[in-house]
Write a protein that binds this ligand. Sequence first.
Ligand SMILES: Cc1cc2nc3c(=O)[nH]c(=O)nc-3n(C[C@H](O)[C@H](O)[C@H](O)COP(=O)(O)O)c2cc1C
Length: 191
Amino acid sequence: MLSIGIILGSTRPGRNGEAVARWVHQLARRRTDATFELVDIADFGLPLLDEPVPPSLGHYSKDHTKAWARVIDGFDGFVIVTPEYNHSTSGALKNAIDYLYGEWNNKAAGFVGYGSAGGARAVEHLRLIMAELQVATVRAQVMLSLATDFENYSTFRPAPQHEGSLAAMLDQLVAWSTALRTLRPAAMHVA
Ligand SMILES: Cc1cc2nc3c(=O)[nH]c(=O)nc-3n(C[C@H](O)[C@H](O)[C@H](O)COP(=O)(O)O)c2cc1C
């Protein structure tokens, strides 16, 4: 069975991202074409990148890196739930992405963004970053507005049409994750 990780990209106390990621998980898990698991980067306690060797060489020295690598390696694709900070993604998510290399390669990702402009600018940056990691990003994305999908900018109340956007994105993500699985060797990349 295809395995998709839903990555919660905000670690901020009081973050809106947690409710968004839980909503994605709740809807995604009704599907029968993949299994979906929530991955909270806050759970990994990753400091600012502290590996001496570039991740593309796959020589991980720290326990936190190995734990993070094991989890990412186990997925065929990703839903990336991203906030928008200063027209990009969060520093915490960029740092978590930078920690690894081979574990991301030849997989697919879809995005759920939120912000004043639906997180669109954060998602555009992430598309460039993920391309460098050989992650194919699907076109359909979910764009949640802080003004209309959150009461008082804090309580998540998504407009009904977002369920359709999420389903469209997941359809593309499952299709591409399935196709890309054929490119990957059975051997895992974890050092
Ligand atoms: C440091 C910082 C920068 C922000 N910059 C933007 C921005 O450029 N565009 C935007 O739409 N929202 C911006 N916001 C608002 C966030 O999108 C909003 O606070 C959102 O809830 C953040 O996600 P989180 O609550 O999961 O951390 C910013 C928030 C923070 C904390």
